[in-house]
Design a protein around this ligand. Structure first.
Ligand code: ADP
Length: 473
């Protein structure tokens, strides 16, 4: 592509001018044709009138010669015509244009009566229009040829063509220039958008592209870009926050391990004391491992590298197994976990992800409930074909202003207390992701001071689908 046509506005102007030129040339061509036909029709009409007048005035003498009545009328001095006999003799001639003659009439040129027209180019470039007719006067057949110059017609046509040759390029030039200015005006926002977009980087992600007119196509494009920037900015900020929170969380157990080690090295102690120090270090290490596991889980979730494999799950046995898995932790606090509710509930879910979510809820319930309390896991059907797993504890409850936020990463109602209990603030974020990834939702209900209920809502397995799946097994 030529360098000049590389930008859109010159390309637009080029195609616009090309289309306009084609249209104008067509228009000029058609107009020229119409003007020519109109002028020629006028000429033919004049010839016809002359023919009718002359036809009435012809006299044929008995010897076959021809004379015209009112021969001296000045009308005839201006008319060019010839009368011929059928055997090819010129019987009469009026020739006002001296020095010009028509070619002789070819024998048999006119077979029928009536008349016809044709154009002819005579010597000296004179173009003429000729009416040829055959008439019968008093039993004598005669040919009449009437001639009119086409000079005037061609002069007018030349003037018309000249006008077009001046007007067309002028019109194309003006329209092209106008088109270029318009294209430049309408595409100017694109330049401004590109300029701003080039400026936007990591440090000024909050900047937005200018939106000249939000309702037109370019405005729509700018809005779409701005929405994209909005999403990028949010995810960038989340990432920054996550990295700084993660670093902060990792620092706490690492600092603890270091200070335990430093204190241990200060004096010579007995083996039991060192054992205690190593035990504390291992405890911090376990915390660290748990935190790193959770971070890895979430980073895999963000990278969408989990392959979710939904399967048909009988909820009751699945929940019982999961509770058994964590039973030892509850027993440490002398807590009892009761599984109750509808026995025949079946859902379609990813076993590993649902287990992780339920374990996190049970872990929280155990952590935040007092000694000797009861935790209830209840299964029931909800409206619109959903199954509910509710974990209810007798813990401190969650104040209303924290209820939505507890699902955010690293968010904790009481940081000190949670950390003391080995929490990192990632458990509920994992629950929400794991449940939502398989089409479910998580809710929380709580009464401060009385306890909380966390609810996992999952679509139930379609009864019909399940039966037929069973039949096929
Ligand atoms: P953590 O590891 O701190 O438990 P989570 O994401 O699991 O992190 O929970 C976030 C916060 O929500 C907790 O710090 C705690 O304040 C609150 N929370 C979670 N579960 C319960 C519960 N069963 N009872 C009371 N508070 C809870």
């Amino acid at each position: 592509m030529p360098a000049l046509l590389k930008n859109v506005r010159t390309r637009l102007t080029f195609w616009y001018v090309l289309a306009l030129t084609v249209i104008l040339l067509l228009y000029a061509g058609i107009s020229l044709g119409l003007v020519y036909m109109n002028l020629r029709n006028n000429l033919d009409h004049q010839l016809e009138q002359d023919y009718e007048i002359i036809e009435d005035l012809i006299n044929v003498r008995p010897d076959g010669s021809v004379s015209l009545e009112e021969e001296d009328d000045p009308y005839f001095h201006e008319r060019w015509f010839e009368i011929w006999s059928t055997d090819g003799r010129r019987l009469y001639e009026s020739r006002p244009f001296t020095g010009r003659s028509l070619p002789p009439l070819s024998s048999g040129a006119q077979e029928k009566s009536g008349f016809s027209f044709h154009s002819l180019k005579l010597d000296h470039d004179l173009r003429v229009r000729i009416l040829s007719g055959k008439i019968n006067i008093d039993g004598h057949w005669l040919y009449i040829r009437l001639v009119r110059s086409e000079e005037q017609l061609w002069r007018e046509l030349h003037t018309f063509v000249l006008l077009m040759l001046i007007a067309l390029p002028l019109a194309i030039l003006i329209a092209g220039w106008g088109g270029y200015l318009l294209a430049r005006k309408f595409l100017a926002p694109v330049d401004r958008m590109a300029e701003t977009a080039r400026r936007i980087g990591e440090e000024n992600l909050q900047e937005r592209l200018p939106v000249a007119n939000p309702d037109d196509e370019l405005g729509n494009l700018a809005r779409a870009f701005n929405e994209l920037l909005e999403r990028l900015q949010k995810s960038f900020e989340r990432l920054k926050q996550f990295t700084s929170d993660a670093a902060h969380e990792l620092r706490t157990p690492l600092t603890a391990i270091r200070s335990i080690g430093e204190v241990g090295l200060q004096d010579r102690r007995d083996a039991a004391h060192y054992r205690e120090i190593i035990g504390s270090m291992l405890e911090e290490n376990q915390r660290l491992t748990h935190l790193v596991d959770n971070l890895l889980f979430l980073s895999r979730a963000d990278a969408r590298s989990f392959s979710i494999r939904p399967e048909t799950l009988q909820l009751l046995p699945f929940v019982r197994q999961t509770v058994e898995f964590i039973q030892a932790l509850a027993e440490e606090k002398n807590q009892h976990i009761e599984v109750t509710g509808q026995k025949d509930l079946v859902v379609r879910a990813d076993r590993a992800l649902l287990k992780q979510a339920l374990l996190n809820l049970l872990d929280n319930a155990i952590k935040y409930s007092p000694q000797n309390s009861e935790i209830i896991v209840r299964l029931r059907s909800g409206e619109n074909g959903v199954a509910l797993i509710e974990v209810t504890d007798r813990g401190p409850g969650i104040p209303p202003e924290h209820r939505e936020k507890i699902f955010q990463r690293f968010y904790r109602v009481d940081k000190g207390r949670s950390r003391e209990m080995g929490g990192s603030g990632l458990g509920l974020a994992i629950v929400r992701w794991a449940v939502e990834a398989q089409g479910g939702t998580v809710q929380v209900e709580s009464k401060t001071g009385e306890g909380s209920t966390f609810r996992i809502i999952l679509p139930k397995e379609q009864e019909e689908g399940r039966k037929s799946a069973d039949r096929h097994r």
